[in-house]
Design a protein around this ligand. Structure first.
Ligand code: PLP
Length: 415
């Protein structure tokens, strides 16, 4: 096929109409199991699934929907295209993608280097579950000197225990950018010092696979809450991991036995959504830029957090130009007057819905301090600029003028 761009391939890659009565779109394969043509084939398919030597050429035969299903496979092959990845694994939620990656790459006694802030669920899983099975967490923030951190880890001997670096950039909800290349350099130093593999994963949910390509900066895997931009319609929960063949095999093997793959129906819905991913994200990003311009001039707004914005500081702007092609459509802003003012604004919004989640075609706003990040200790939130004056806005596909009018009316309640 001549087409090279993911946009062109989202409608066709990995599916041939003659497989299904010449149906242009893949049907939903609502089946738990697949009939083998004969016992010999069943033996061969299982051998392939368990990575055992087989007699003939690999066949990729279908066995059972916890291992493989056409809707899951088509979706995974298409998702991998956005980042030129060798493979992808789709999960029943973003959290199940993240927790499976952590469990695949970490064991008791290991150390996880984790950026801060991160999505509240990731923070909770790390601090409440991973620590309970003996994994040590070391946080780093956007201002951490990564070379110094590497020196300290190597000098103290801790580098030997660090088996995973996980970063969320831009970070939810502060939009802080972390240095993707700098983190890969740190991982390489850790590997040199420990003579063992240290994996590197990036939660790329905020940028979708369009505006930032973590694999190009050395990451082993990019992780997505597919509930967000990939779905784009607030009608499903899913997660995805894309990356090198070796990294994905480890994640998929664990997924097979945890059994947290996405269902055929969810995969079918997601395949439909990613056909319009580029159009949606482009439109949402253009609108977000206009909303940011408006917020920066409104007297009720004391600070706007948006990738590439000059007020984010020289280092943040440089990181934006080095690793993102667009700023995305997630905006956080502080209002004057603290929590009560933020609540007044949120309660006054009409077109923008007061709800968590993000990346959908309708605009959503929430209060991270008391909602998505409620479980993060207050002292930690304050040190990260995650204030009780902050509103997080996910810009959807409404007309920009209507969105700005809604925000203007709500913000005018507090000036
Ligand atoms: C950055 C980020 N990662 C992961 C998740 C978790 O995804 P899910 O809700 O699909 O489990 C979220 C959810 O809001 C998120 O914002």
């Amino acid at each position: 096929m001549n087409a090279k761009h993911p946009e062109s391939l989202m409608m066709s890659h990995g599916y041939v109409p003659e497989w299904s009565e010449y149906s242009v779109k893949p049907p939903i394969f609502m089946t738990s199991t697949f009939a083998f043509p004969n016992a010999e084939s069943g033996k061969q398919f299982f051998a392939e699934a368990y990575g055992k030597p087989t007699d003939g050429e690999p066949h990729g035969g279908l066995i059972y929907s916890r291992l493989n299903n056409p809707n899951l496979q088509i979706l995974e092959e298409r998702l991998a295209l956005w980042e030129g990845a060798e493979g992808a694994a789709v999960f029943e939620s973003g959290m199940s993608a993240i927790s499976t990656v952590f469990l695949a790459y970490l064991k008791p006694g290991d150390t996880l280097l984790l950026s801060n802030p991160v999505y509240g669920g990731t923070h909770h899983f790390a601090h409440h579950y991973l620590t309970s099975i003996g994994v040590r967490i070391i946080h780093f923030t956007e201002t951490t000197d990564l070379v110094r951190l590497g020196d300290e880890l190597i000098a103290s001997g801790e580098a030997k225990r660090v088996r995973l670096i996980h970063v969320e950039t831009p970070a939810n909800p502060t939009n802080s950018l972390f240095d993707l290349k700098g983190l890969n350099d740190l991982r390489l130093r850790i590997q040199d010092a420990s003579l063992e593999r240290c994996m590197y994963s990036v939660d790329n949910t905020y940028m979708g696979p369009l505006w930032q390509k973590p694999l190009d900066f050395g990451a082993d895997v990019s992780i997505y809450s597919a509930t967000k931009y990939l779905s784009g319609h607030s009608d499903l929960i899913a997660g995805a991991v894309v990356g090198s063949g070796e990294a994905i095999t480890a994640v998929k093997t664990l997924r097979t036995f945890i059994g947290n793959m996405a269902s055929p129906f969810t995969c079918w819905l997601l395949s439909r959504s990613i056909e319009t991913l580029s159009v949606r994200m482009t439109r949402q990003t253009e609108t977000a830029k206009k909303v940011v311009e408006f917020l920066c001039t409104h007297p009720a707004v004391s600070r706007v957090y948006f990738p590439g914005l000059e007020s984010q500081g020289v280092r943040q702007v440089a990181l934006f130009h080095a690793q993102c092609s667009e700023p995305g459509a997630m905006i956080s802003f502080d209002v004057i007057g603290g929590e009560s003012s933020a609540f007044k604004v949120l309660n006054a919004l009409k077109l923008v819905k007061l709800a968590v989640s993000l990346g959908s075609n309708e605009s959503l706003a929430q209060h991270p301090y008391h909602m998505t990040h409620a479980d993060v200790p207050d002292s930690e939130k304050e040190s990260l600029n995650l204030t009780d004056s902050m509103i997080r806005l996910s810009v959807g596909m409404e007309h920009p003028d209507d969105l700005i009018a809604d925000l203007d009316r709500a913000l005018n309640q507090i000036v």
